[in-house]
Write a protein that binds this ligand. Structure first.
Ligand SMILES: O=C(O)C(=O)C[C@]1(C(=O)O)C=C[C@@H](O)C=C1
Length: 105
């Protein structure tokens, strides 16, 4: 084992762990906001999804990804994955008034 390589790997992993922690916090904040949107939509009879808004978000995120040298197809896949969960939350809020998570089920 090369000690220098192991030390470098450990330092990179510490940074990766910090980035993963930041992403979890950012996602938690995003879902707090989208659940507020879900309650607003349910209370005012708006549909859970807004395809035109999603088209605008995807175009913006793809451009940001290209600028940041991130694969735009990956950025779009990530966004669609998150929005599918948001829409699922919106539907749960509209029908039950709350969001059911794996932990709260
Ligand atoms: O902006 C909204 O209307 C939302 O419900 C939020 C959100 C999003 O997560 O960004 C989710 C679903 C909609 O289709 C569009 C956007």
């Amino acid at each position: 084992m090369d000690d220098a390589a192991l030390a470098q790997l450990a330092a990179l992993r510490r940074s990766i762990d910090n980035i993963d922690a930041a992403l979890i916090h950012l996602l938690a904040e995003r879902f707090t906001r989208t659940q507020a949107v879900g309650r607003l939509k349910a209370a005012s009879g708006m549909p859970p999804s807004d395809p035109e808004r999603e088209r605008q978000q995807i175009a913006r995120l793809r451009a940001l990804a290209i600028d940041a040298q991130l694969d735009p197809a990956f950025a779009e896949k990530w966004f669609n994955f998150v929005v599918a969960e948001v829409i699922h939350h919106h539907e749960q809020i509209a029908t039950t008034g709350t969001v059911q998570t794996a932990d709260s089920a």
